[in-house]
Design a protein around this ligand. Structure first.
Ligand code: NAP
Length: 251
């Protein structure tokens, strides 16, 4: 009798593939998989592409992707023909808070990338994934910054608050479906997005975030994850701080 072929685990997609966190997630899950890397600078993906192949990815396909453009998202999704079983929405910008306070266009840019484009991507992806019989995982990134908006970065924080609320509802919509939503709420992550900033208490690295996400996605339930887990305690304390004190919180 011919040996039965091992089942392919399904394709993995990173939307915003130059993301530090996204790259770390893909490296942990790429073995035996076809990987789709969608980024606005696909030419910057040489190292990640090579690392994924070295770790056993069966194929690495790069897509040109601009998150604020619906046609660009649709083109990426249409190009993926097989079952998509792991999708990570990891694009985002921190933006420049000071500039956003005087330049409304920049504030809108942050809102567009970090809220509107995320909602579009999560809606398109979840609609596709629920129609597949194969179980799948969808990962979205909220942040501690959205838990209670701070003077120092309230534009970015407000987008994360909105995205977090959207994902809580999406999680309920997906309950009982084959799609597991992992909503990550990292604290300060030491990486490209926070380059030049002083690490906040309980800072983590992109690899820590990836570990937590991958571990949570090994279960079958949707999850909301504080990263690190003990950040949950700080988050609840944050809610109790009186506004005159909160107003002075640093970045
Ligand atoms: N880093 C943190 O401290 C932290 C904390 C909490 C939550 N998060 C969230 O976690 C997620 C991943 O963050 P990260 O640390 O991995 O950030 P990162 O390394 O800075 O990656 C963000 C990625 O988004 C891409 N991107 C930005 N605008 C885009 C656009 N219009 N179209 C397509 N791609 C675009 C960037 O592409 P380019 O390389 O071309 O710029 C970059 O690859 C983000 O949602 C972030 O808000 C991060």
């Amino acid at each position: 009798m011919p040996a039965r072929e091992p089942q392919r685990p399904g394709d993995l997609l990173l939307l915003g593939a130059t993301s530090d966190i996204g790259g770390e997630i893909a490296q942990r899950l790429c073995s035996g998989r076809r990987i789709h890397l969608a980024a606005r600078r696909p030419e910057a993906l040489n190292d990640l592409d090579a690392q994924l192949r070295a770790r056993g990815a069966t194929e690495v396909i790069r897509h040109s992707f601009e998150a604020t453009d619906a046609k660009s998202l649709n083109a990426v999704l249409e190009a993926i023909d097989g079952p998509l079983t792991y999708a990570v929405v990891c694009f985002g910008i921190l933006g420049d808070q000071e500039r956003a306070e005087r330049d409304a266009e920049h504030a809108v840019e942050i809102a567009t990338v970090d809220y509107t484009a995320q909602i579009r991507a999560l809606t398109e992806l979840s609609s596709r994934l629920v129609t597949q019989a194969t179980p799948s995982v969808l990962v979205a990134f909220s942040s501690i910054a959205g838990w209670r908006a701070r003077r120092a970065n309230y534009v970015y924080g407000s987008t994360k608050a909105g995205l977090d609320a959207f994902c809580q509802g999406l999680m309920d919509r997906l309950h009982g479906s084959p799609v597991q939503l992992i909503l990550a709420r990292p604290g300060f992550v030491i990486g490209s997005m926070t380059e030049g900033m002083s690490p906040a208490p309980m800072s983590v690295y992109p690899s820590d975030v990836a570990e937590a996400v991958v571990e949570a996605s090994r279960g079958s339930r949707s999850r909301t994850l504080w990263i690190p887990a003990r950040l949950r305690v700080l988050a609840w304390i944050m809610r109790c701080v009186p506004r005159p004190v909160w107003r002075r919180m640093p970045k």
